[in-house]
Design a protein around this ligand. Structure first.
Ligand SMILES: Cc1cc2nc3c(=O)[nH]c(=O)nc-3n(C[C@H](O)[C@H](O)[C@H](O)COP(=O)(O)O)c2cc1C
Length: 281
């Protein structure tokens, strides 16, 4: 296997990601596409180059070709063309002004309005008005988001999903004039990357790929091993909320996530989802 072959690129990317040397059959068809998936990284710096409307539409069509629960098609994509609207959304996320620099900005919406509307129009009861309806719409929307990212990445575009649009969700919902039972799951920045970016190591495959039944094992020990592998490869540049928690002598992923989630965020989300008409029982 030559070093610059797709199989070699996949092996390198996944070794960096998971700390494991995976077997890759160089004769498999589609390895170039797999190499893009394996080497995925989110991009937050973009060239000043447009993503043409036709290309955006093509990517939306590919994304919305993804599977959909019961063919219910409960996922929409909002293309935020109007810079005033984008800026108003970004104003609700003051620590991410770079979102305004992306060539395009989309919002992926879980839309559960159509299904009860159809039931009513067809004179049918809708006894399935419970948490599953919200969940199905969100899952569909997440799959469409993921498919969009895969398609855009295949073309060399860079993406960064933005869940921070849910920090002030009622404001964003108003700006986008979202219908009832419609909840934005994430925004998405898209553009031609200005930097190569870096692979982010993930938890080991032994931690997250389960064969048959979850084993009893030292789960915190696995996380600690990941903390150390990741810190050796990509140490955090700064410690989060050091004023509150102090400077740790060893600062790993688990410390960062524990600090992140020690702060309350989006505590109004459930209330917003209910206010949009979803029942979450
Ligand atoms: C649903 C979702 C929401 C995200 N929201 C944000 C966000 O609001 N801001 C941001 O900078 N990155 C966001 N990200 C990107 C993650 O921070 C990123 O995927 C993670 O750090 C791993 O890095 P990688 O994508 O380069 O592998 C989000 C990713 C996902 C999947």
């Amino acid at each position: 296997m030559s070093d610059d072959s797709p199989a070699g690129a996949i092996q390198r990317a996944l070794s960096e990601r998971f700390g494991e040397q995976l077997a890759v059959d160089p004769g498999l068809v589609g390895l170039a596409c797999l190499a893009k998936i394996a080497g995925y990284r989110s991009h937050r710096r973009f060239q000043p180059r447009a993503v043409e409307p036709d290309l955006l539409r093509l990517l939306c069509a590919c994304a919305l070709s993804a599977p959909s629960k019961s063919d219910l098609q409960q996922s929409d994509i909002v293309i935020v063309d109007d810079m005033a609207v984008r800026k108003a959304i970004v104003a609700t996320i003051p620590d991410m002004p770079w979102i305004n620099e992306a060539a395009a900005f989309l919002v992926f919406v879980a839309n559960g309005e159509r299904l009860p509307m159809i039931c009513k129009a067809r004179g049918k009861p809708f006894p399935n008005d419970h948490l599953d309806q919200f969940f199905n719409a969100v899952v569909d929307s997440a799959i469409v988001l993921s498919t969009f990212i895969g398609a855009a990445t295949a073309l060399g575009l860079g993406c960064c999903p933005i869940s921070a649009i849910r920090d002030h969700i009622a404001t964003v919902s108003g700006l986008l004039n979202l219908p009832q039972r419609s909840v934005p799951i994430a925004g998405l920045c898209i553009g031609w990357p200005a930097q190569a970016g870096e692979i982010t190591p993930r938890l080991s495959l032994d931690t997250t790929v389960i064969r048959d039944r979850y084993p009893s094992c030292d789960r915190l020990g696995e996380i600690d091993a990941y903390d150390r592998r990741r810190a050796a490869q990509r140490p955090y540049r700064r410690q989060r909320d050091a004023d509150r928690w102090g400077e740790a002598s060893f600062y790993g992923w688990s410390e960062d996530k524990a600090r992140q989630y020690a702060e309350p965020t989006r505590t109004d989300f459930g209330e917003f989802v209910r206010s949009k008409g979803f029942r979450l029982d």
